[in-house]
Design a protein around this ligand. Structure first.
Ligand code: KG4
Ligand code: ZN
Length: 341
């Protein structure tokens, strides 16, 4: 079955074609980062308008590079939420319209489900059950994943998400938006041990996180220091070390609490090289393996939505019910509400 995946939840228009027999056939992406960076964050109305401009050319591009025609598509998966309502509506309405015209089923996918299944696009891929660390701009969660649609929340952030903390700290250091990647690049020039920042909730005894205090600690540090490029790099490194230390420690605790030996890291912060190094070392020391999506599928993309749709459809009894022509989006949506029995 060939499935068209559509992602428009935030500032990336992502389209992909996934074949349940042959795997990923093609994917196309347009990132609006440049447009939003001028404003220091995503402007929802601009995001929706840009999705409208990009989505049809990207669908054509994905079809062309897979050497497929519109009529070859047998099912559709679009991000139904959570995300920006207007942006979600673009993908959902195109998905519903194509489903109606082509008379094929369409399935609304939870954005985070896409992220946490994304390492299954790579080989070697993890086997169920596994622990997933979801670290994106909007979420920081540890989940136990027993199968498609079987997700148990083990812990999450009580305030800012890890990516959000990276972005806000990057802003304090005068880096652009979103600043996660730029901050980690700057940290490469930093000197370890110049500054020590707290590792919030590291000994809380649970699997929850908190990152807003860390950002405040950075601000206090900046206000006290004579700032120059080296100090900026030292602070960036200290910040990154604190986040990486907490994410690693809690991920390892989740593995040992569950008795599982596979950890999947998904979401934009999973692109962080220092996090990858640290996790690899610590996981190896307890005989666990860490899986990541390919770098291009760490941040938002259509391939993860097409894959999640394919897995959901393979697990569904009947597909007929899915082609109704109507659709809804859910700007706020708890992943536990998507659970399958
Ligand atoms: O998953 P994603 O594309 O979007 C959401 O669904 O939120 O993640 C974007 C987040 C941003 O906060 C960005 O700063 C962060 O991922 N990010 C990074 C890196 N690359 C992207 N954070 C730390 N290190 C990186 N290399
Ligand atoms: Zn995302």
């Amino acid at each position: 079955m060939i499935i068209l995946g559509i992602e428009t939840s935030c500032d990336e228009t992502g389209i992909a074609l996934y074949d349940t027999e042959r795997g990923l056939l093609s994917h196309a992406l347009y990132s609006q980062i440049e447009m939003h960076s001028e404003y220091g964050g995503v402007v929802p109305e601009l995001a929706s308008r840009d999705h409208i401009r990009r989505i049809l050319p990207l669908i054509k591009q994905a079809l062309d590079s897979a050497q497929c025609r519109l009529s070859d598509i047998e099912a559709l998966a679009y991000t139904q939420g959570p995300g920006l309502a207007g942006a979600l509506l673009v993908g959902a309405s195109i998905g519903a319209a194509l489903s109606f015209v082509l008379k094929i089923p369409a399935l609304g996918i939870h954005h985070l489900e896409g992220h946490l299944l994304s390492p299954l696009l790579s080989t070697p891929s993890p086997q169920f059950p596994f622990i997933a660390l979801l670290v994106s701009g909007g979420h920081t969660q540890l989940m136990q994943v027993d199968g498609v649609g079987q997700y148990r929340l083990m812990g999450e952030t009580v305030d800012d998400a890890a990516g959000e903390a990276f972005d806000k700290t990057a802003k304090l250091l005068g880096l652009g938006y979103p600043g996660g990647a730029a901050l980690s690049k700057l940290a490469e020039k930093g000197r370890l041990g110049q500054f020590n920042l707290p590792c919030p909730m590291i000994n809380s005894g649970d699997l929850n996180f908190s990152f807003s205090g860390l950002k405040t600690a950075v601000l206090t540090l900046i206000n006290r220091q004579e700032m120059n490029p080296q100090v900026c790099a030292d602070i960036a490194l200290a910040f990154q070390e604190a986040v990486v230390t907490v994410l690693t420690k809690k991920s390892l605790t989740a593995l040992s609490n569950s008795g599982l030996h596979q950890l999947v890291v998904a979401g934009g912060v999973g692109a962080n090289q220092r996090l990858r190094q640290h996790l690899a070392k610590k996981a190896a020391s307890i005989g666990a393996t860490v899986f990541y999506p390919q770098l291009e599928f760490c941040t938002d993309n259509g391939a993860m939505i097409a894959l999640a749709g394919a897995l959901r459809m393979q697990a569904a009894d009947k597909l007929d019910d899915l082609s109704t022509g109507s659709f809804t989006v859910r700007a706020r949506w708890d992943l536990s509400q998507t659970m399958q029995d």
